[in-house]
Design a binder for this molecule. Structure first.
Ligand code: ADP
Length: 400
């Protein structure tokens, strides 16, 4: 039995979860957010206890020190050498990583090379890595990549129809994201619902503030909706997803804004926020739609339509579909948002929904289809951290 720490460092936050492995027991979890601010937030939760502190946390190093000090202070660990492995989530693994890797000089060099593909997260991942390494120099450290699961895609699924020299010279292609989540969902479905039969055709829907879909066969990704970066695919909280690239050029011409400004707007001011003009939070958008706000309702219908388009295309790609899995913030928690999608796909896929079951499943796992449904539809809360902890344990055993 060993302790493994799963770390998710973003540009201004660090989320962490300490596991006892291989039991997969969560010992404590928490976050540091608003790093770089005087009123940053530190949280630790364990054994039903929760502490919140608001204090200046000016960089990731200070954030990590707070986390580790709290582990000792609150008696969660007696000494740091109890933490045998640390796994860091890394968003972009480019062409280099098709599975998790030891966080060594070579891995760091490759992540650094990939910064242009992920300028927002990659530097934060490296800061998180160094900050933990300083206090836990002996722990086995690994990087777990959001893109790794998607490396099994065939060229016709990841290439862009652009001049080939750009693909070759700049590695400009589809990488996808949320791979750890899609893989967790597929593994769980195969083990718990298909008695280990990996040949089943599964479409996983990770629909949170960031959102992507994945088509899975033989336990492997064959297609996924995010692209070169997480801006591609379905519409999201603030991101536009796939659009005609001319929109970008046209808006630069029309507005006189720089290409960087328009790009920023496609990332941060589009999606639910842009279309509804209300919020990127789907709870606010739904409540406005229920009060009759037309733009809010259009944004929800547009989102559902884009998701349905991908489900249709992936059904063809897989030669049929055996299971559809809803996951992540919006569709783990909202029967209403699931219904918008189900209304758009059920007729074509001959899905028979048990609406009472759908209404009951909020933040928990279960099946929402009725007898006779041609496709099984499930809700499974995702767990990217346990995947990181599992790889930490394998790495500790030298079996990564
Ligand atoms: P990310 O990890 O990409 O930040 P999450 O998967 O945590 O996103 O999803 C967060 C989003 O889920 C929130 O922004 C909110 O829009 C949505 N959400 C959470 N609970 C509900 C709910 N009950 N109804 C509708 N939307 C919800």
């Amino acid at each position: 039995m060993i302790k493994c720490m799963a770390v998710n460092a973003g540009s201004s936050s660090i989320k962490y979860k300490l596991f006892e492995m291989p039991e997969e027991k969560v010992i404590c979890e928490g976050l540091v957010e608003r790093i770089g601010h005087e009123d940053a937030h530190f949280r630790i939760k364990y054994n039903g206890t929760k502490h919140d502190d608001y204090l200046p946390i000016m960089d990731h190093k200070v954030g990590v020190k707070l986390i580790l000090e709290a582990l000792i202070k609150d008696g969660i660990v007696k000494s740091y050498d109890e933490i045998k492995a640390v796994g860091h989530r890394v968003v972009q693994g480019g062409k280099y990583f098709s599975k998790s890797a030891y966080f060594n000089e070579d891995t760091e060099e490759k992540i650094t090379k990939l910064i242009p593909l992920d300028p927002l997260h990659a530097p934060a991942h490296l800061m998180g890595f160094h900050a933990f390494k300083e206090v836990l120099p002996e722990a086995v450290t690994i990087a777990v990549f959001d893109t790794a699961f998607h490396q099994s895609m065939a060229p016709e699924d990841y290439l862009y129809p652009i001049p080939y020299e750009y693909t070759e010279k700049y590695d400009c292609r589809r990488y996808g994201a949320h791979g750890t989540s899609h893989q967790y969902l597929a593994n769980k479905a195969i083990k718990d619902y298909f008695h280990g039969d990996a040949s089943k055709r599964i479409i996983t829907l990770h629909l949170g503030s960031g959102a992507s879909l994945c088509a899975i066969k033989d336990g492997k990704c064959v297609a996924t909706s995010m692209g070169l970066t997480p801006l591609g695919g379905v519409m999201m909280g603030t991101r536009c997803g796939d659009i005609d690239p001319s929109v970008y050029y046209y808006l630069v011409e029309k507005t006189g804004k720089s290409s960087a400004e328009i790009y920023d707007e496609l990332n941060k001011k589009s999606g639910f926020l842009g279309v509804s003009g209300i919020s990127n939070d789907t709870r606010d958008v739904l409540s406005a739609a229920e009060k009759g706000d037309e733009r809010a309702m259009n944004s929800i219908r547009l989102w559902a339509r884009r998701v349905a388009d991908f489900v249709g295309s992936y059904t063809v790609r897989l030669g049929g579909v055996d299971m559809i899995i809803f996951s992540a913030g919006i569709t783990e928690n909202s029967p209403t948002f699931r219904k918008f999608i189900l209304d758009d796909i059920s007729e074509a896929l001959k899905i028979k929904v048990d609406w009472a079951k759908n209404d009951l499943l909020i933040g928990k796992e279960g099946e929402i289809t009725a007898e006779g449904s041609q496709v099984r539809v499930l809700v499974i809360p995702t767990d990217e951290e346990v995947m990181i902890a599992r790889d930490c344990f394998s790495a500790f055993e030298g079996k990564l």
